[in-house]
Design a protein around this ligand. Sequence first.
Ligand SMILES: C[S@@+](CC[C@H](N)C(=O)[O-])C[C@H]1O[C@@H](n2cnc3c(N)ncnc32)[C@H](O)[C@@H]1O
Length: 297
Amino acid sequence: MSEKSKTQKESAAQWKDIKPLRTMIDSLPKISADITFDDVFTLSLSDVSPQNASVIKDCALALRSWRKGPFQIGELFIDSEWQSFIKYNILRPHFNLKDKKVADIGCNNGYYLFKMLQEEPKKLVGFDPTPLFWCQFDFINHFAQTKIVYELLGVEDLKEYGEKFDTIFCLGVLYHRSDPIGCLKSLKSALERDGELFLDTFVIDGDEDIALCPKNRYSKISNIYFIPTVNTLKNWCDRVGFKNFELLCIKPTTSDEQRKTEWILGESLENFLDPNNNSKTIEGYPAPKRAYVKVSL
Ligand SMILES: C[S@@+](CC[C@H](N)C(=O)[O-])C[C@H]1O[C@@H](n2cnc3c(N)ncnc32)[C@H](O)[C@@H]1O
């Protein structure tokens, strides 16, 4: 763990919102688990008493909102807002992580990292600066007992991180950055010489070299800055010095992939789209659609 991440974790652990969650995670019963790598990341627990089952469920409920998943932990099914295996299964045919050093930037609760264990990488490191998602990761990892490293750091910290990776995933982060080219430069700085980067980001249709800049919100999300055409995304990658831009897939977001469940607090996709025209967001912009790409140095 980097010194900066250690300090961030220590200070986050003291925050009013997070402190009770850390205490709950620290008090979870010690139970061994077997992992099954299905679309639902499954931990089979042995000998869970009704009292322990209730402690585990209360902790998981306190950790809402669960954006990424799903997870099955013993009898408990965490039906996350996103069916994250859809994204994972789009990317899966395009990578081979065996013996690779792998980073997931913006890893959320680590769902993809947990799934990637099956690929037998040399090392798995997740980066995400949001304390709640770190807590969710620790909740799952309390039972899974993996060697995945979770850094409470952002993409902007990669240049100083000091370690490079063979494969980097940066999924659903680029549109949150007000400086997407700077973000791509940070990602490049953390790649080994023959490394590869997997990205997904919102795109708009068209062949022009342009990007949509939402006025305030996009799909009710306040921190969406640039939504490029695929050509513009390629131009950004070219400018940073990435080669071999490969478009893997373009996929609109549907309610199969993102929907309201009891495991999130607040709204989901059905509230973000124009109720009379689902091809538009509630603000009148083109509805969410993602491009999945692979680039290398
Ligand atoms: C839309 S979610 C995408 C999560 C996941 N990568 C996926 O594709 O399903 C964006 C994630 O980026 C994280 N994030 C926020 N600021 C970040 C930063 N500066 N660097 C990296 N990740 C960040 C958020 O905490 C959140 O987990």
